[in-house]
Every structure is written in structure tokens, then in C-alpha cells.
Design a protein around this ligand. Structure first.
Ligand code: NAD
Ligand code: ZN
Length: 367
């Protein structure tokens, strides 16, 4: 599709959103697009409470006053019901295709708002202001938008790229530590899948990132987003297999999430963390990487306070029951499932010869 700017700057939202936004709107106008008139902002009750004053104050300096649509926090907001309320609200506001809807929140708010903008008038502009680490390093960039249905998560959605992304590391100061660690799992993912130097850097600086030390945090976010942008630019719609690299740890992780009922018992990032350890261990079992490298991967995850083994999750089912959650994966072909494995730290690859039966046996050994 099109390209867009991702601004990563301390204070770019909390201190000075209006400035960045007005620069963006200038360039938008320069491209011949109409002047944006309305500023609808979608938030959840937490991000609304925490950031409303700062955003309103900033926008006021540009003579803009936002209209708010506030959802309950949690996955429940990614639903047909909330989508309907949101699109009705936007239509009642009289939104045009050149107005920009702002998504102010984590991946839930971003996915919901992005999807609403994908379908509203066949495509409206939206700006991502991600406020969780997970959203800053992952969901705000790449254009995947979705809601959940009874049959599963993210099954109704669209590719719809944002017009701009504003990442302010300072907004993470209020993020609960557990959410911070869950987002950090996706940071480790970029290192493990394609950047051994970043992996070593994280091994030395991970504690600083988790403690939100400004320089370390900014470096981790920028490196992660650059990695994601490069992969997405190569395979925007997940057709060539390159984008699949971003699923490292996710097939195992998804099975763990399904087994725990997609509940708060196990956050997505936590499931991915354990999933990456499993991918590393399974890679070692096949002889793709050394036991030592598999150990390094699990140490990085354990050191971050993330669950580094399945046993610690208190899951009581069998290996084959866990593997059964993968049977319905849309990528399943015959008895095999394309699987992201490791050839080394920083070298993920898509294995196409993995038998689900073998995965079931392997998982059985881990439980
Ligand atoms: P989330 O949006 O549910 O946010 C987690 C919690 O943190 C919520 O309670 C929220 O209110 C709170 N919160 C957000 N920012 C805060 C802040 N700055 N201070 C204090 N509290 C704050 O969860 P998430 O992990 O950001 O996103 C998960 C969602 O992202 C899932 O629905 C997942 O499917 C989706 N996702 C999408 C993509 C994509 O490419 N589109 C990628 C990964 C994940
Ligand atoms: Zn993920």
C-alpha cells in the first residue's frame, strides 16, 4: 500500500502531540488532501483517564477539541457490538474520509479503531497512538486490524494501514509491570528471529528496558519497529511467507492461550514467551540449533520475569490435547503445519516438514 511515518520520540504525545500532529496535517494537506476538521479519539477507560488532559491541552493549542469514544478495557471491545457502536458514533459525528480517527490505547483499541476505519466509508484515515509496549513495538505498525468472534480471535478483519504512528515511550510510565513484560516478549521475538546483535544487547540491557530507562527503552522500541517495518514492507499481506517470521513462538503460544481460555491467567505476550522457548527447544531437539543456544533463549525470557517453561503455567492437559489446538490452524496442510523454528539466535526459518504428531509428543515431554 502506502508508506507512513512512525515518530518515536519521548514526549511526542504527552508534551507535544499538537506539534507533531500539525506537522503531519501540513504534509497531508500538501498532498492535496482536504483539511482535517474533526478529531475523534477512541480510548479505553484507562487510557482515557490517564491521557485525556494531556491530549486535550495539546490539541487546544492548535484550536482542536477532540470527541471521545471510550470502551471498557479488554478483548471484549474487539466485538461486533462495539464496532457497531463506534461506526454509528463516527457517522453521527459526520466524519469524512479525510478526517483522522485517533486510536489512543493498546492493541485492543488499535485493532478495533483500525478495523472501524477500514470499513467506514470503505476506508477512513486513522492515527495510532499506542500506549502499551506491545502496541508500540508490534500492533500499531503493519496494518492488521481485527475484531474477535465466537469462533476465535481476530477472525474478522482487514489490512488497513494507519496514516501515521506516534510513539511516546513516556506513556509507558503508567503501564502495569506485567503488561510491560508481556510487551517485552515481542521485543525479544525480533531479536530471536533476526538480530543476534540485538539479542546480545537485550541480554545486557533488558533490565533497563523493563525499568523504562529512557535511552534503553527508546532503543528497544526503535529496533523492534524497524524490524517489523522491514518485514511488513517485504510482505504486507502475508503472501510470500516473509511476514510469517513475526509468528515466532506464536503457534505454541496460541495453543497455550487456547488452553487457558484466552483469559487474564495468561497474557498474549506471556504465551508467546513460553512459545518461543518451546520453539527453541524443539529446534534443538531436531538438531537445528545447539542446546546451548536454546538455553540462551530461555534464559533471556526467564530473566525478564516471563514464563520460561510450560510446567510453570499450571497447565494440566496432555501434549496431544495442546497440539489439538493447532489442528484447526488455517495454515495446517495434511498432518503438517508450517512452523517457525530457529537455526540460531537471530535466525528464524519456516519449517514445512513438522508433523503435528511429533509436536504432540514433544509437548508431552514438557508438561
Ligand atoms: P490492551 O490493549 O488490552 O492493553 C492492556 C491493558 O493496559 C488494558 O487494561 C489497558 O487499558 C491498559 N493500558 C494501556 N495503556 C496503558 C498505559 N499507558 N498505562 C496504564 N495502563 C494502560 O492489550 P495489548 O497487549 O496492548 O494488545 C493486545 C491486543 O493486540 C490483542 O487483541 C491482540 O490481538 C492485538 N494485537 C494486534 C496485532 C496487530 O498486528 N494488529 C499484533 C499483536 C497484538
Ligand atoms: Zn504477538
Amino acid at each position: 500500500g502506502r508508506s507512513y511515518d512512525v515518530t518515536i520520540k519521548r514526549g511526542c504525545v504527552l508534551d507535544d502531540f499538537a506539534h507533531g500532529a500539525s506537522e503531519y496535517f501540513e504534509s497531508y494537506r500538501a498532498k492535496g488532501a482536504v483539511k482535517a476538521r474533526k478529531v475523534p479519539v477512541v480510548a479505553d477507560t484507562n487510557t482515557h483517564l490517564i491521557f485525556k488532559a494531556a491530549l486535550e491541552q495539546s490539541l487546544a493549542s492548535e484550536g482542536l477539541a477532540p470527541d471521545w469514544f471510550v470502551v471498557e478495557p479488554g478483548e471484549g471491545a474487539k466485538s461486533w457490538a462495539v464496532l457497531e457502536q463506534l461506526t454509528d458514533w463516527l457517522l453521527e459525528l459526520g466524519i469524512t474520509r479525510s478526517d483522522h480517527v485517533i486510536a489512543l490505547g493498546g492493541g485492543v483499541v488499535g485493532d478495533l479503531t483500525g478495523f472501524a476505519c477500514a470499513v467506514l466509508k470503505r476506508g477512513c484515515e486513522f492515527i495510532q497512538i499506542p500506549t502499551t509496549l506491545l502496541a508500540q513495538v508490534d500492533s500499531s505498525v503493519g496494518g492488521k486490524t481485527a475484531i474477535n468472534t465466537r469462533a476465535g480471535k481476530n477472525l474478522i478483519g482487514a489490512f488497513h494501514q494507519p496514516a501515521a504512528v506516534f510513539i511516546d515511550p513516556m506513556v509507558l510510565d503508567t503501564l502495569p509491570d506485567r503488561e510491560m513484560r508481556a510487551g517485552y516478549a515481542e521485543v525479544i521475538k525480533y531479536a530471536l528471529l533476526g538480530d543476534a546483535v540485538f539479542f546480545d544487547w537485550l541480554s545486557d540491557n533488558g533490565t533497563k528496558v523493563l525499568a523504562r530507562e529512557p535511552d534503553a527503552l527508546a532503543h528497544a522500541i526503535a529496533t523492534s519497529i524497524r524490524a517489523k517495518a522491514a518485514i511488513v514492507a517485504e510482505d504486507e499481506r502475508e503472501t510470500t511467507g516473509v511476514r510469517a517470521l513475526l509468528n515466532l513462538g506464536h503457534t505454541f503460544g496460541h495453543a497455550l492461550e487456547a488452553e487457558t481460555g484466552f483469559s487474564d491467567r495468561l497474557l498474549h505476550g506471556e504465551a508467546v514467551a513460553t512459545g518461543m522457548v518451546l520453539a527453541a527447544q524443539y529446534s534443538a531437539r531436531r538438531g537445528d540449533i545447539s542446546q546451548e543456544d536454546a538455553k540462551r533463549a530461555s534464559t533471556a525470557i526467564g530473566d525478564a520475569g516471563l514464563p520460561a517453561n510450560v510446567a510453570s503455567l499450571g497447565i494440566t492437559c496432555s501434549g496431544s490435547a495442546l497440539a489439538d489446538h493447532m489442528r484447526h490452524d488455517k495454515k495446517m496442510e495434511g498432518g503438517t503445519l508450517p512452523f517457525l523454528l530457529l537455526k540460531g539466535i537471530g535466525q528464524a526459518y519456516l519449517a514445512r516438514d513438522v508433523e503435528l504428531a511429533d509436536i504432540a509428543e514433544f509437548l508431552g515431554e514438557q508438561l
